[in-house]
Design a protein around this ligand. Structure first.
Ligand code: BTN
Length: 244
């Protein structure tokens, strides 16, 4: 058994989705953090029923750890902040941003996506796709994509994983000791679209407003035209470019 810090790590050659493998594993485990990675992922899932394209050399990782459901929103922000900080470790000058709910942008293009799913018992499955050396160039993408290689950062999926686990663990310890507020402020400081006009695409609705804040559940607070603040629990956000 291989450990990266306190995560039991298994690297598989080819899977359909690392999240599925992690879910199965959560049936057999208790009180053990683990992470599954795969060199090839053939049927990766994204948020809201989308596909995640599994390009060679990129990181496909699914973490299994026990988190109480009521802290899911806070934990989602903690994950996103940890990914942000991992990228900054390569070079402080990289133009990286967090994006609600938990994506990571490099030069305003999506470089990392996170898919949270429920495992067995209290296990949360945290699926992370990181564009290490390849980014899909497809006109049908919801967001333009970038990779670390696109900005001349040479690394590989395992080095990134090790760096990430180190920062992730530090943030978990910080959260356990001091709570959510400091992590939330760090995440907000670097978030895409704060205090700007955005449009939120939800399942059956599209609304516009100003992205004002997130609350202690990671819920987005959107100020509508009439000043009313609406809570957004799920959706895709886009900046509204003013027409000149
Ligand atoms: C998104 O932004 O839509 C989330 C993408 C999450 C992709 C990762 S890759 C590893 C894990 N396995 C999956 O099938 N999906 C996640």
């Amino acid at each position: 058994m291989v450990l990266i810090e306190d995560f039991e790590w298994e690297d598989l050659e080819e899977v359909s989705s690392t999240n599925d493998v992690a879910k199965e594993k959560s049936l057999l485990y208790k009180n053990q953090k683990f992470v599954i990675t795969a060199q090839k992922q053939t049927n990766g899932r994204g948020r809201r029923g989308r596909d995640w394209i599994g390009l060679e050399g990129n990181l496909f990782a699914s973490f299994g750890l026990e988190v109480e459901l009521r802290y899911l929103g806070q934990f989602s922000i903690l994950i996103s902040l940890s990914l942000f900080e991992t990228i900054k470790k390569y070079d402080e000058k990289i133009n990286v941003q967090t994006k609600w709910p938990n994506d990571i942008l490099i030069d305003e293009k999506k470089a990392i996506g996170v898919l949270l799913e429920k495992g067995e018992g209290d296990y949360l499955i945290v699926g992370i796709g990181v564009n290490i050396c390849n980014s899909p160039k497809n006109e049908n993408l919801l967001y333009e994509a970038s990779s670390l290689k696109d900005i001349n950062i040479q690394t590989d999926r395992i080095s990134f994983l090790e760096k990430y686990i180190n920062i992730f663990n530090q943030n978990i310890n910080h959260w356990n000791e001091f709570g959510f507020e400091i992590l939330k402020q760090k995440w907000l400081k670097n978030v895409y679209g704060l205090n700007e006009k955005i449009v939120v695409n939800m399942e059956n609705e599209k609304i516009e407003g100003i992205f004002r804040d997130i609350d202690d559940n990671g819920t987005l607070l959107l100020e509508l035209k009439d000043g009313v603040v609406r809570k957004i629990y799920a959706g895709d956000i886009f900046l509204m470019k003013e027409k000149r």
